[in-house]
Each structure stands twice: as C-alpha cells, then as structure tokens.
Write a protein that binds this ligand. Structure first.
Ligand code: SF4
Ligand code: SF4
Ligand code: FES
Length: 919
C-alpha cells in the first residue's frame, strides 16, 4: 500500500493503481473519459488532469494526467487546484465544440457520462458560435444505433471492440479533428460483444436500438438484480421495466462472473418477455377431447379441473427443466414425489451432467469462475465452441492470452494499467490457447494451435495430453505424429503455466471429451500445478437440475408407455427440442392428462390439457446454478399481467388444489412465499444446503424498510393511469423478496443483490458502479457474488478415466451429423426476440470439401433432405475445418427438432427428396 496526499489530505491506496483509480476509490471526483477499469489508460482525452507537486514546498506543481500517473508512495496532488480545474474545463469545452447538445432527444440523456463530466467540470456556458462539424450516421444492424455527431474522440469504442473483444469491423477513420468511429460501410456490427459499446461509449454515439423501440428514461425504469438465462455462464444483468414492458437489459457488475461486459445474446435476447406469443391466460381443454383447443378459464376453475385430474391420476410424472429455477424444479419434485420427477433432458445429457458433477465433486481441481478464466495463463478447450456456446467465457479467454506476455511487462516494471505501454511491450505476443473442435470461428485467429476433428479424436488428443503430463495417466498409443506432437506442445504449455485452465463442453455429446479434460486437470494437479476446470453446460440451470438428481425424459416416456402413470406435468420445457418428434407425439397422446407450465407458446404447450402461464425470469424470483456451480439469485423486476405467476407458485397452488379437505397439507402446498421455496430447496439435496446464503431473504429489512425497485426520480406514477383513475393505486405487495415495487423505502448502502440500479450523486451513468467498489475495478463493497456449491476435495491419487475412444473412422455412406452452436439461434428463449431473430442465420449443412465432392454438392447450393422423418431445406457450406466424415448442422430454430449427434446416410437423406439446386 502507499500513501498519497490529495489536496492536503492523506489517503492509503494500492500503489499498483494509477492516481485516477486511487482517487475514485476514495470517492474523490476526478472527471475522465478514455480510462476504463477493465481496459486501462491511454491518456487520450486529457480530461483527468490534476496538479502534481514534488513535495510540500513545491507551490507551482505541474499538470499531469491522473490516469497516466502511478499512485506511488508520497505522491502529492491537487484536484481542486485552479489551474487543473481550468485545464479540465477547457478540455471539455473543446470536446463539446462539435457536440450537438441534443440531450433531450438522446437516448443516453440522464445516464450519460458526458453529461456527468460536463457538470462535474463546471462547463456551463457555450462560447463557440460557428457551424458544427457533422457526420453521416451508419446503419449498424438490429442491436446498435449510431449518432456520430455526439462523439468526443475518447477511443474507448475501438479499444473495446478491437483490442478487448477481438472485433474487426469497427474502426477509427480520418485524422486530426475529423475522426469517424464506425464501419467502413453500413452494415451489422459482427462482433458478439458489440452491445457493450452502449455502456463503454461515454456519450450517445452507440445506443441500444432495441431500447429505442420502447424507450423510457433510466430513472423511469423499475429494476432488480437478474441472471441471464441464455447460456450456462450466469452473467448478472439489470433488466429495466416500465408499464409492463421489459425495456432493456444492462450489465450488472459481478467481480467473479461477468465483470463489466455481457454478450449480445444476453443483452438483446430479452424481448421474448414482451412477445405476442406469451401465454398469459390459464387454459383448460374442455373434456378430454384433444381435437378441441384449450380454452381460457378463470384461475380457480382451471386449478379445480387440474386438481381433480391429479387426484384421480393413476400416476403422475413430473418433467423438470434446465431453464427453470431450482425452486420451480423442487416444487415439481415435491408435488409428484422424487421417484416420479425426471430432469426433462434426454438420458445422454443426464449422463454427461452426472459425469461432470462427479468430476467436480470427487476431484481435486476446482471449477473456474470467469474471473479465473481471465487470469489463466494457458488454456486448452476441448470440443466446446465458446463463442457460440458460452460467449462471455470466450471474451475472458481473449484476456487470458495476455497473461503470459504480461510477465514481460512486469519485468519491465510497466504498470498493468498503462495500456499503451503494455501493448508496446507485448506487441503481437500471445499466451498459449489451444482450441480443439469441429467448427471454425474468428476466435481461432487467437489460438496458438487449432485442431479440427471429430469428437472422439478431440477426446483422444485430450487423453494424449494427460498421458504426457501425468504419471500413470493412460496414454494413447496409435496417434499420428502430427497429433502426438500437438499433444506434446499442449502438455508443455500447460505444465509451464502458473494457472492452467482446461475447458470442455457438452454440446458435442462426447463423454470421452469430458473425461479427457478431467484427466488433464488431474495430471496437472498431480504435478503440483494449480489447474482449473471449466465445463460449458447446455442451459442456464443445467447444473442446478443435475444437482437435484432424477431420471431422464426416457424414464418419463417409459412410465407413460408402460402404464405406470397417465398424467404428465411439464415444467418450462418444450419436449420437441429434446426428443424425436414421433416419440414426443406418442408420449403426449398416450398421457390422459398433460399439464404444461410455460411462458411462450410451443409445440408441447399446444398439447396441454391444462396450460398454466409461467412467469419469465424478470417476472419472478428464483435461483440458477451456473456452469461453475455458482448459485445466484434473480429477483422479480415487475408484476406481469394476465394470470402469469412464477412456476413454483403455480405448483404450490396445484398441490393445494389436489389436496382433499381431509388431507393434512404438506410439502409444496404449504409454501406461502419465496422463503419457503428456498428452505425446501436447501433441503432437497446436500449440495443445495447453502442456497439460502445466496441473497437476502424475503424477510430481510433495513431500518424496518424494504428496498425500492424504483429510483427516487421515478415519474408519472399517477399520470400513466390517469385515463383510469386520478388516484394513485396501492403498489403491488411483494411477499417474496425484500424489494418493493415502489420508489419508497431504504436508500442507504445495500447488500449487492438488492441494488436495483447503480447511482451516486453526480454519477448517473453505468460508471456509477465505481462508487460501489472499495477499489475501482475490484469487487463491490460487501459483494455477494453467489455461492459456489461444489469445492474440490483432497485426493491421494488421481482416479484416471481410461475409456479412450477409438480413432474416428469416416464411413462410405454415413456421416456423423454434429451440432454446431449458434450464438444467435441455438438458445430457445433469446431466439424468440425480434432483434436476435434478425441475426439468426439460415440453416445449413457444413461439409468438408472432399465430402461435398463425394456427394456432388457445390458450395452454397441448396439441398432438400429428410432428417429423422422431417424434411428440411438447407444451404450447403463446404468448409475445410469440418472433419471428413462429419457434417455440421447449426442449431437454429428451423432445425431444433433434429436430434444430434447422429449418424446419417446423406446419400439416402438427400436422395429421398431428390432435389438439388445451386443457389
Ligand atoms: S464513439 Fe463514443 S467511445 Fe467512441 S470515441 Fe466517440 S465518444 Fe468515445
Ligand atoms: S455469456 Fe451467456 S449468460 Fe452471459 S450474457 Fe451471454 S448468453 Fe447471457
Ligand atoms: S481519462 Fe485520463 S486522459 Fe482520458
């Protein structure tokens, strides 16, 4: 630590910081633009000037940029020095010369860092009377609006987009005072993290286009902590609602998970909540006539019918869901009994998840947080396409490749925040990143080595790496020289690293890949290293569901087909995405009663005899467990209209309706608020025991008050409903959380999960988060970043996996059809959001060119083929990275019913329809 003197007062600071971060950390207001806690300093804007003095006798001092000056012991500065203040005022004056001053019509207005800094700097009068320089704006696709005239040339956008997120299609053009930040020509921003520009840009150049379509000012949004439901990473978000419409998603800082950034699926995939395909009314099918559609009925009547059918059921199967909260799954399990509860995933996926949990439960290697991934200095990814499966993890790896070169930076005594100097020292050097998969993306440009192969061969590479590192680890004898040398290189890189990371995914369906990843981690641990493991899971609560335990969909199908049960309750799950259509048809047709709880219409919901409208994430409270096995709470943001309720509450009502007057009420029927749901969930499995610690309970109060979801400036509470009444209605009561649906309540320091929006006096933009951290860029003050449910155990000797698969052999007629994830399209919920829909690619079949030649298919031709009995029309992509003998099928909505991986006779499948056209 160091002591610095600011305006004659002493402050203890971390000497590894720059003066700007050190001052902000102590609540001292220094204006800035180009510095960012995650991206460091480049000294571009000159806004953060302070006066530095040599010692206490130095009266004149000199102006320095606080973001470019280290906070060394004894540093003496003044923020309030008149010359420093005048300098900062002049800087903002010239930055504002060409600014359009269009705050009233700017979407950034009210949460604009430029507005805040202008006020902070005291620039209140415009002296420039000449015409302003103007630019033409670009059309940048469905996510981002562009208004270049608002630019203050801070360079944050290109530094984030290009340097931090690996994008290539955004740049700075021009020179001197005529700079242009945009694309070479109009077109969609391609990078999967483009939405962060909205928060990174300190003014209104890049704004959220989806928000624009239903815009409201920041202070009129009702908000609460939430968790992104669109992949297994569990990024923290802040959804904003007004008048029953979810208006936007912004990043919510969590030091261990997403930090300052989200991916575009998470930021722009929220509009499914507002979809006209939402199920809003409880429906019941009159009699048991499947030919007649289910009809809306009052909730009491629907519950009565459902209760009656459940009472008379010969057996009930409850089908859980990896996209429903833990509490909802536990409620279903409690209603139907543990023996009748199945996980709602197919048997193969259940086994993969079970293997992963066993690896984490019984092994000595911990799972990696996203923060850990960023800090890793050598990484191998086996069979996961991170950019599409878990984008935020891919962004973390783009930072991890800087870790090894940073050692040189440390040797040169360059502070890590001095980004320009760091880049000069690092040049093009990158730390080791090995990607083994079967789908190429731009991410591979950052890899030390890329290996494209079928899943079995990827697993063999992993086993070979482990065999090279670990004593006693099984080796792979019959490898080609090329693969053996690659395994050797990977093994060396991992063993020389201080913080190696091994990542594997479930998307390819390969059990062997997961086991190979575990072997590598255990081999490194055996060698005294401190590796971390990261498994990319299919959905947002796959880990939570697997922790609960239970059978698979196959068991549910058997129960109905064998007559052990005649009634099915399906929780937030479209079974047609998980099993072959014919099987699901038979299952649903055979069941006497199908009760479905979900939020969006889908094919399973269309079969429901009783359909109960489930709340989405922002409309309910719940707990999700991320791929790291980190349990995190999401709180209800707003009260939905219609009959919509949280699934756990519907299930509690169903249990109540099923109970006879003579029965003693027990289990889920006794749940009266979310605390009851959490208590029951904590008792549902030993590893869930701590979920009550994830966030404050419903009974939590501060000075006897709840915490408001609305800002102090929330406006129009009466006028919004003035066409109905001039009296302000009583706000809805929230029995489930310590939050209130009002602007009244406790306004002091809060536990982090209860902060509805980051705000501090003078800090209205997202950068207000700095004021909630003890050390800028570090954890929030008293942060509750979720609870890790599984920690490593000490083991004496590694228990190696030994089932090494045989090398993949292409066949003469069959192709192994492999799933290819798509960041826009593979996730069920986000792909129902209009902006995301615009980015979903047409379905295609990816083949190696030699396979294309065998099938006489040309690149970009179109084929009609029949897969698992259903005809599809696909474009052909001849792609050299697709392993010979395999075919890649992107998991976009049009093909979501195809079960992959599966062997397919493409000669037969294509011949079935017999048409081939060149596009
Ligand atoms: S567009 Fe925004 S982030 Fe980029 S240079 Fe201009 S003000 Fe800075
Ligand atoms: S990485 Fe996953 S959890 Fe994070 S924002 Fe993207 S989709 Fe959501
Ligand atoms: S923040 Fe220091 S020069 Fe821009």
């Amino acid at each position: 630590m160091a002591t610095i003197i600011v305006d004659n007062k002493c402050y203890t600071v971390d000497e590894r910081q720059n003066l700007l971060a050190a001052c902000l950390g102590h609540g001292l207001n220094v204006p800035y633009f180009c510095w960012h806690p995650a991206m460091g300093s480049v000294g571009a804007c000159r806004q953060c000037a302070v006066k530095q003095f040599k010692d206490d006798r130095d009266q004149s001092g000199r102006l320095v940029m606080s973001c470019m000056t280290p906070a060394t012991n004894g540093t003496r500065i003044s923020i309030d020095d008149p010359e420093a203040k005048a300098f900062r005022a002049s800087v903002i004056e010239w930055l504002m010369v060409n600014h359009p001053h269009d705050c009233p019509v700017c979407d950034e207005g009210g949460e604009c860092h430029l507005q805040d800094m202008t006020v902070m700097t005291g620039h209140v009068y415009r002296r420039y009377h000449f015409p302003k320089r103007t630019h033409r704006n670009q059309s940048l696709g469905p996510f981002i609006r562009h208004e270049m005239n608002r630019c203050i040339q801070c360079f944050r956008c290109v530094r984030f987009y290009r340097d931090y997120a690996g994008g290539r299609d955004l740049n700075v053009f021009g020179a001197h005072d005529a700079l242009y930040f945009g694309r070479e020509q109009d077109g969609t921003l391609e990078n999967e993290f483009s939405g962060n520009l909205v928060e990174v840009c300190p003014t209104g150049v890049f704004t959220d286009k989806t928000f624009f379509h239903h815009y409201t000012r920041k202070w009129d949004l009702q908000s609460a902590q939430s968790i992104c439901p669109h992949c297994s990473i569990g990024c923290n978000t802040t959804p904003g609602e007004r008048s029953g419409i979810l208006r936007r998603i912004t990043n919510r800082f969590n030091s261990q998970v997403n930090g300052y950034f989200l991916c575009d699926r998470g930021r722009f995939g929220y509009e499914y909540v507002n979809s006209d395909k939402r199920i809003k009314r409880a429906l019941v099918r009159p009699e048991r006539d499947r030919a007649k559609p289910a009809q809306p009925a009052g909730v009491p009547q629907v519950l009565e019918v459902a209760g009656e059918r459940l009472r008379h059921a010969r057996g009930i199967v409850g089908i859980g869901s990896p996209r429903a909260s833990l509490e909802a799954n536990v409620a279903l399990r409690s209603l139907v009994g543990p023996q009748q509860f199945v996980l709602g995933i197919d048997e193969h996926e259940r086994q993969l998840l079970s293997t992963i949990l066993n690896v984490l439960r019984t092994g000595p290697v911990p799972s990696a947080s996203i923060h850990d991934a960023e800090q890793s200095d050598a990484v191998i990814v086996l069979g996961a396409d991170l950019l599409n499966d878990a984008p935020r993890l891919a962004l973390a790896l783009l930072q991890s490749i800087r870790q090894q070169p940073m050692e040189r930076v440390d040797e040169l005594k360059i502070p890590q925040w001095d980004e320009a100097a760091v880049r000069n020292a690092v040049q093009n050097r990158r730390g080791p990143l090995f990607l083994a998969g079967y789908q190429r993306s731009w991410f591979h440009a950052y890899a030390t080595d890329s290996y494209f192969a079928a899943p079995d061969d990827i697993a063999r590479l992993g086993f070979a790496v482990a065999g090279t590192i670990g004593h006693g680890a099984p080796s792979v004898p019959d490898l080609s020289c090329e693969v053996r040398e690659l395994a050797q290189r990977i093994a060396e890189a991992l063993t020389h690293a201080k913080r190696p990371l091994i990542i594997a995914g479930t998307a390819s369906g390969s059990q062997a890949t997961i086991e190979a990843a575990a072997n590598i981690a255990w081999a490194l641990h055996q060698q005294g290293k401190q590796p971390r493991l990261s498994f990319v899971l299919p959905e947002c609560n796959s880990a939570g569901l697997a922790l609960l335990g239970g059978g698979s969909l196959n068991d549910a199908f058997d129960s109905i087909s064998q007559g052990q049960a005649d009634t099915v309750i399906v929780l937030e799950n479209d079974l047609y995405r998980r099993a072959e259509q014919a099987k699901v048809d038979t299952f649903l047709d055979t069941a006497q009663t199908v009760i479905v709880l979900d939020s969006l219409e889908h094919r399973t919901a269309a079969h429901a005899d009783v359909l109960l409208p489930a709340a989405t994430g922002p409309e309910s409270d719940g707990t999700l467990v991320s791929q790291e096995c980190r349990a995190q709470r999401f709180y209800q943001v707003f009260v939905p209209d219609g009959d919509v309720k949280a699934s756990w509450r519907w299930l509690s009502d169903l249990a109540d309706a099923t109970t006879q007057e003579t029965d003693a009420v027990s289990g889920v029927a006794t749940w009266r608020n979310f605390d009851d749901a959490v208590s029951a969930t904590a008792a549902a499995a030993p590893e869930l025991a701590r979920i009550g610690e994830v966030a404050p309970s419903a009974s939590f109060r501060l000075l006897g008050q709840k915490v408001p979801r609305q800002s102090e400036r929330y406006s129009g509470r009466t006028s919004l409903i003035s066409h109905l009444t001039v009296h302000e209605p009583t706000p809805p009561v929230d029995p489930d959380s310590p939050l209130g649906f009002t602007m009244e309540g406790y306004r002091g320091p809060l536990p982090s999960p209860l902060i509805s929006q980051f705000w501090a006096p003078g800090w209205n933009s997202i950068q207000a988060v700095n004021t909630y951290q003890d050390e800028v860029g570090g954890p929030l003050r008293d942060e509750m970043p979720g609870v890790r449910l599984i920690e490593p155990v000490a083991t004496k000797a590694p228990c190696w996996f030994t089932a090494i698969p045989r090398a993949f052999q292409p066949t003469s007629h069959q192709w192994l059809l492999l799933p290819q994830s798509a960041v826009f399209g593979s996730d069920e919920l986000s792909s129902r959001s209009p902006a995301i829909t615009e980015r979903i690619s047409q379905p295609f079949l990816s083949l190696h060119p030699s396979d294309g030649a065998r099938l006489s298919l040309e690149d970009r031709s179109t084929i009609d083929l029949v897969l698992q009995g259903t005809p599809y029309r696909l474009a052909v992509h001849l792609e050299p990275s697709t392993p010979v003998g395999t075919a890649g099928l992107p998991l976009v909505p049009e093909v979501s019913g195809v079960r992959v991986p599966v062997w397919v006779d493409l000669f037969e499948a294509i011949r079935t329809e017999g048409t081939r056209r060149v596009a």
